[in-house]
Design a protein around this ligand. Structure first.
Ligand code: SIN
Length: 533
């Protein structure tokens, strides 16, 4: 059985990017499709940091621009950085207009916090560390009032439908328990992918479990160009209490003066970087990783905070700690670096257009070049808002006549064979995630990356009929590993201990297609290489 929806634009995903594109596309007819209920599978809703915007008296978009470039290790697209930093104020004004109000002091000035590698206080927040939660709630409320948007919930998307090399929509299936063959065809000449990042392909992540890069996988299969796939940002301070995903302890806690210590209370960041705990994220994450590799435990120390300040500034983190009986006024808080943000993704231009006609990508799914090799904290929500507007402007300026959409036989896109059970898939998914953390994590080298490829092949062989999720996760993992093999230097979040220095012969973004990777893999025999090593 199949259901068909026709519109001008299909938007996939209900995080900030998806909702904002859909809202801004007025008066186009939009179908917004989401895997669960609106906003449920969204990293944005979990964002504890806020939106970086140069709104302080001591700040200017040019300073924000310079900080972004400095943190990003030289791989930015300057024009994309200019765009997000110069349009930040306009975004904040738009949000306030639709009743999304940021924390302010008694004189109605924004309360600004500071995060790593920002030279100024410039992060706007809502209720301390609850920015994402409030923004998503308000955007959903606003979107639901818009007649131009049709919401299709509980549908997982599987394939981009193409005709004459142009997008014609998306095929997916209902996610209801017990429903097997309920296919959905969302037909439109424009598809916007806003499915978030890839965090859950790693064993430790701060992303929701369903964030594993299916948008990038679909775009890759449709032939879209990808960029910067090797750059995965690990957040230094996820709460290490065995939860999956690992709860985030926002960087703003360090902004308020928290220390990072080992079990002997040694503040090891003091000897690693002049900015200590507020050094760029990759530096802090790697330092913690190395401490742990050397058998030491790592903690956040907030015992010196003023009484009750932790609770009032960071209510989300406070609740997590309370549940696990950790008292920040007395106890050290165990931390671990966790996959947090993917700078890479589907390559887009300054209007969010991919290399496939009619296909657009927004937010973490895309690679705009705004983040280079290492994103500056709290620039991601900003990028999502700015580029969502750009995509909507670009699509709104086109002539679209969805009534001319032709009948397409979508049966070719339905799976022909039964896939493995969810329980078996879980086992292989866990093996894949552990493999990525071990071999393609904070430190990589030729041998570990080759080992990762061997593991992907084995998982694929043993699991036989892959579930759609496992298939996507393997593809994303391979694409990241391939990009990491190609970059024989260390830059930003990509650290190779066999090429430990930055090498300016690699000062360019790695842009490739799935076909380039497949050609490379065809010519390789990883087993032999690893045996020799
Ligand atoms: C954080 O609050 O530490 C995360 C902010 C971000 O990733 O931009």
């Amino acid at each position: 059985m199949e259901s068909i929806y026709k519109s001008d634009v299909v938007v996939v995903g209900s995080g900030i990017s998806g909702l904002m594109v859909a809202i801004s596309l007025f008066p186009r007819k939009v179908t917004l499709v989401t895997k669960k209920k609106l906003g449920e599978v969204s990293s944005s809703a979990w964002a504890q940091g806020g939106i970086a915007a140069a709104v302080g008296n001591d700040d200017h978009p040019d300073i924000h621009f310079a900080d972004t470039i400095k943190a990003s290790s030289g791989l930015n697209n300057d024009e994309a950085v200019k765009l997000i930093t110069s349009e930040a104020l306009e975004i904040v004004q738009f949000l306030e207009k639709i009743n999304i109000h940021f924390d302010k002091d008694e004189e109605k000035n924004f309360c600004l916090s500071i995060e790593a590698a920002h030279s100024r206080r410039r992060v706007l927040k809502i209720n301390g560390d609850q920015s994402g939660k409030f923004i998503i709630k308000k955007l959903i409320k606003h979107a639901k009032k818009q007649d131009h948007i049709t919401f299709v919930e509980d549908v997982s998307v599987d394939h981009i439908v193409q005709k004459d090399n142009a997008c014609e929509g998306i095929v997916g299936h209902m996610n209801k328990p017990g429903v097997v063959d309920n296919f959905v065809f969302l037909q439109a000449p424009n598809v916007v992918l806003a499915t978030g990042g890839i965090g859950s392909i790693y064993a430790y992540t701060t992303n929701p479990r369903d964030i594993y890069g299916e948008g990038v996988a679909m775009a890759a299969r449709a032939g879209a160009k990808l960029s910067d796939m090797e750059f995965v940002q690990f957040h230094p301070t996820a709460l290490d209490i065995g939860l999956d995903p690992a709860p985030l302890l926002t960087e703003a806690i360090r902004g308020e003066g928290a220390h990072i210590v080992d079990e002997n209370y040694n503040r090891f960041m003091q000897t690693i970087h002049p900015d200590k705990e507020l050094a760029p994220r990759d530096v802090v994450a790697r330092a913690i990783f190395r401490e742990r590799e050397n058998g030491r435990s790592t903690f956040l120390d907030c015992r010196h905070f003023k009484p009750n300040s932790f609770q009032s500034l960071f209510p989300t983190a406070y609740e997590f700690l309370k549940k696990t009986k950790i008292d920040s006024t007395k106890d050290l808080i165990p931390i671990i670096p966790a996959a947090h943000y993917h700078m890479g993704g589907v390559k887009v231009d300054l209007t969010g257009q991919t290399s496939v006609k009619g296909l657009w990508a927004c937010g973490e799914t895309s690679s705009t070049g705004a983040h280079g090799a290492n994103r500056l904290a709290s620039n991601s929500l900003l990028e999502a808002f700015v580029f969502a507007k750009k995509i909507a402007e670009a699509i709104n300026s086109k002539t679209i006549d969805q009534t001319k959409l032709e009948k397409i036989n979508i049966e070719n896109y339905f799976p022909k064979e039964k896939t493995i059970s969810k329980i078996r898939a879980k086992k292989y998914i866990w093996q894949l995630r552990s493999n990525m953390t071990r071999n393609v994590g904070l430190e990589r080298n030729n041998q570990s990356l080759n080992q990762a490829f061997i593991e992907f092949d084995r998982i694929e062989r043993e699991s036989k009929h892959l579930s759609a999720k496992l298939k996507d996760m393997i593809l994303i993992s391979r694409l990241i590993t391939y990009a990491a093999i190609m970059r024989q230097e260390s830059r930003g979040t990509h650290y190779r201990n066999d090429f430990a220095k930055i090498d300016n012969t690699f000062a360019f973004s790695n842009v490739f297609t799935i076909e380039d990777m497949n050609q490379y893999l065809l010519n390789k025999n990883f087993v032999e290489e690893t045996n020799i090593a």
